[in-house]
Write a protein that binds this ligand. Sequence first.
Ligand code: MCA
Ligand code: AMP
Length: 503
Amino acid sequence: MANVLYDALFGVHAGKQTPFLILGDDTVITHDAFLKQAAQFAHLITNAGLVAGDRLAVQIHKSPQALALYAACVQAGVIFLPLNTAYTGSEISYFIENSGAKMVVCDAAFVGALTPITQEFSVQLEVLNSDGSGSFADKSKTLPLDYPTAERGGDDLAAFLYTSGTTGRSKGAMLSQNNLLSNAQTLVEYWQFTKDDVLLHALPIFHTHGLFVATNVCLLAGCAARFYAGFDRDALIKDMPKATALMGVPTFYTRLLDDPRFDHALTQGMRLFISGSAPLLAETHKLFQERTGHRILERYGMTETNMNTSNPYDGDRRAGTVGFPLPGVDLKVCDPETGATLPIGDIGIIEVRGPNVFQGYWQMPEKTREELRQDGFFITGDLGMIDPDGYVTIVGRGKDLIISGGYNIYPKEIELVLDDQPGVLESAVIGVAHPDFGETVVAILVKHSDETIDLNQIKESVGQGLARFKHPRSYQIVDALPRNTMGKVQKNVLRDTYKSLFA
Ligand code: MCA
Ligand code: AMP
């Protein structure tokens, strides 16, 4: 047996002096140099006592080393668990305890917040900074440059990605080697990536989009990625003439369109702009075509499923739709109550099945059973329809979820914090339209009749407990929340009331 994911993504590039990562100052990291660093990291992980199947959690800023740590985990058979760098200590604590991670690698900036947690759960803590410094990097420097790759089959787990839930409790989505590999293979072919491509890689690498879609596609195609620490409009505009493709969330595209330098001439060497993680407004699609002559290719995915659908590479990329089910993916629209498949044109819950669909939630068999059917169909919670031409459109969400700048935010998690605050009787958190982030968070608070609400103190508590991107951008204090006859809060009424808050 071999290591199917390592061999296909990384092993094939052993010894190659071809460019893999190109940094902002045009420094090139070859496949060979990257793999040597990954091998040293794999030795370090193994020397620290981690064996295949153990979990290694990382909270590090985006850098070539951060990506090499992903490769090292795949090579050592260790399950990679990347965490958003915006998470606070209290958010991280849950992931470390729940996953049973044996080692945490973090940026020096997070050591203060993470030390009490790693001590409490007796987990090793190492530092890896984006400039290449830190205890993890130091200890790896003298280790061998090649590593005896751990044998792993397609069903073995490669990564855990935590995804929040409507109950406010995060679940670790278990992704197998084959989940990741099969999806990358499909995407390379569908989007026609070759070794001659140069991808502008400005997404974070702690989520599916930047880590698996963007990175694995590049590795499999053997092409280079221009690698940015984050979205940097000036850098993207400067480098666009040297690139062929961009993957982004809709905010990338609205921000680029806001810049007059982003025009037809600048994009003529580009062959593909891909958007996903959040709905792309038809208006953005249209403006983009008018400005550049390119039609953005929109696709749809989830942490649990990788990519499910895509607009065609050749053929009509229809604004407002997410295209067709990818090859190998079965997709149906079902009645939310009965689960029965609905006819073409009807709106229901999207369910998907295929080699891309995850293995279940870590140590949550009941949650897994609720969302993953016996016959392999995963209930996405997205409301959609299929039109007579086969295009899938997402029309809304059956789940209470806000997507801000491509980050998922579950209102329940914020409501739990708000409901605990002095003076707050109850709360409702909603998403409203936002010109930059697509949607943003608004909190509606109901005051205890005989108490006062101190908004500054509430903001402080929210700041301590929750990542910055989850913070409400507006607080509204009301006498009562609108409810239906069953007593359920009518969030649609609230969304309508506050829809123009950021217009
Ligand atoms: C940053 N901030 C945010 C967000 N990002 N607030 C709400 N939503 C956000 N997404 C905060 C910052 O902390 C800062 O707070 C303030 O907003 C302004 O930040 P700014 O500098 O404008 O932000 P940025 O650093 O430029 O980041 C915006 C971004 C970034 C480029 C849109 O959020 C991003 O890269 N998003 C991509 C997320 C992603 O990869 N999602 C894929 C998930 P302050 O000013 O107070 O300090 S995977 C997925 O969904 C599935 C599988 C799929 O289909 O892909
Ligand atoms: P996550 O849980 O972070 O993987 O986010 C997955 C969710 O993002 C999906 O369930 C959808 O609600 C949403 N999503 C992803 N891509 C698109 C898209 N192109 N259009 C609309 N929603 C999308």
